[in-house]
Write a protein that binds this ligand. Structure first.
Ligand code: NAD
Length: 463
């Protein structure tokens, strides 16, 4: 596949300082499809300088003009929709339909939402005898993962641009080609040089250099809780703003009044989407003891509709495949019962894992506590609603969740959940609703006006 052999800094593609490269592998056939430069601290420094130089001009650009540039960026993404989908399929392994509708389609919607918000948002408010100004935080260091490679970039870049911030992006090493395509779109959209900069590279080298750089005012990170904790500590030591979108272990709570078959089927579809590599996936299905056996049968039947290679792609890398297979083995070793799938790789080539359902999972088991990040669902039994709530809230995470049942009961239950977003009876994803975690799932929110707020700081003038 086509790849740039440089970094996008100050409005142009520039050669990397070092000669090291990162091989990009297609997880479906294990072939190397491209190489991108592995950035160093010097590349990061050049990018941060470019972003700093561009900041005063972009911050002073009227919001309506910033909105027009974001709208132009949305159009450039829409024009490249097919190319983006093909690239995401090649480097992440996403099935074609998912690549088109979600991986390429959702970022267009998010960019559109910020084009509108930038134009309509009130960057000034009155509080008694004060006028409060909402000003851009400054230079943003954005570090993103591979699982929704373009969405996670746009969920940071679009609000940062709307706020008047400038950025340096360090995308995941597994999916840098999508990030390069995004930089091309930024360029064609006519954003001023230096407003957006891209440095590809390894997390502990380029990512860390970006998080530590004194010229970065806000680090916005999406990824694992382990790395997020490190980034939070680095930012805290420098008294820098930080936003962390981390892992999850979300509960799908099926109350006795629910449409059981629908709740189970949608629950399985939710986890199988993107091969289970979704931070907000409902990987723990909680079912009342009287409906448990029926739910297990329904889940086993539902998962049979997701054969690897068709509706479920491979995992992103050999490392991820091994990690997920390790969790499946751990589940078996701790006494959970496999009712579908298992730890045998379903194909000789490609990093596939069989869609797997575990029954007889108890809340303390590793597979009920840790994020697996693969097509694996655990079904847990609860006694009554209080028990269900204890189980639902009984992990270190709190990113998402679902509740099924009579609407009033479901909402009452959702109010008691320690989690950032809950879908009631299959409620649709809303790209303008705040997205982010309670507890160790993160700090801060993305999307919509709450996401924009992360990139603003306040100044009050008293009269
Ligand atoms: P990861 O934490 O290993 O990597 C994420 C990014 O951080 C990559 O760009 C990586 O290069 C970089 N990085 C790694 N080490 C670094 C360091 N020491 N300093 C600075 N940057 C570093 O995570 P991953 O394996 O790429 O992604 C999977 C994880 O992301 C899962 O835990 C998932 O739940 C989480 N995630 C969360 C959300 C959310 O919105 N809450 C969304 C998607 C993914």
């Amino acid at each position: 596949m086509k790849a740039h052999d440089g970094m996008y800094i100050g409005g142009m593609w520039r050669p990397a300082v070092g000669a090291d490269t990162i091989a990009v592998v297609n997880p479906a056939d294990e072939q190397v499809i491209a190489h991108v430069p592995a950035g160093t601290a010097e590349d990061v420094d050049a990018a941060v300088r470019a972003a700093r130089a561009a900041f005063p001009g972009w911050a002073a650009t009227p919001p309506a003009e910033r909105a027009a540039k974001i709208a132009a960026l949305r159009d450039e993404l829409a024009e490249r929709k097919e190319q983006i989908a093909r690239t995401v399929t090649a480097e992440l392994g996403a099935p074609q339909q998912l690549a088109e509708t979600v991986h390429a389609g959702l970022p267009i919607m998010v960019a559109a939402s910020y084009a509108e918000l930038a134009a309509s948002y009130s960057f000034e408010e009155k509080v008694g005898n004060s006028t409060v100004l909402l000003e851009p935080v400054g230079v943003v260091g954005a570090i993103t993962p591979w699982n929704y490679p373009l969405h996670q970039i746009v969920a940071k870049v679009a609000p940062a641009l709307a706020a008047g911030c400038t950025l340096v992006l360090k995308p995941a090493e597994d999916t840098p080609l999508t990030a390069q395509l995004f930089a091309e779109a930024v360029h064609e959209a006519g954003l001023p040089a230096g407003v957006f900069n891209l440095v590809t590279g390894l997390g502990p080298i380029a990512g860390q250099a970006l998080a530590e750089h004194p010229g970065v005012d806000l680090v916005s990170f999406t990824g694992s809780t382990a790395v997020g904790r490190q980034i939070g500590a680095t930012a805290g030591a420098a008294v820098k703003r930080v936003a962390l979108e981390l892992g999850g272990k979300s509960a799908n709570v099926i109350l006795p009044s629910a449409d059981l078959a629908r709740a189970v089927n949608v629950g399985i579809a939710n986890v199988m989407s993107n091969s289970g590599q979704t931070c907000s996936a409902w990987t723990r299905m909680l079912v009342h003891k009287d409906q448990y056996d029926e739910a297990v049968d329904l889940a086993a039947a539902a998962v049979a509709k997701y054969p690897p290679g068709e509706r479920v792609g491979p995992l992103v890398s050999a490392k991820q495949q091994q990690r997920v297979l390790g969790y499946i083995e751990k589940g078996i070793a701790e006494g959970a019962r496999v009712v579908a799938g298992g730890s045998e790789a379903p194909r000789e080539t490609g990093y596939y894992v069989s869609p797997t359902v575990f029954a007889d999972v108890t809340p303390g088991m590793t597979i009920a506590q840790e994020e697996i990040f693969g097509p694996v669902v655990s079904i847990l039994r609860y006694e009554d609603e209080d028990d269900a709530l204890r189980i639902a809230n009984g992990t270190v995470y709190g990113l998402a969740g679902a509740v099924w049942g009579e609407q009033e009961d479901a909402v009452a239950f959702a109010r008691r959940m320690d989690t950032g977003q809950v879908d009631i009876n299959g409620g649709r994803f809303n790209p303008r609703a705040p997205f982010g975690g309670y507890k160790q799932s993160g700090v801060g929110r993305e999307l919509g006006s709450h996401g924009l707020g992360e990139y603003l700081q306040t100044k009050s003038l008293q009269f």
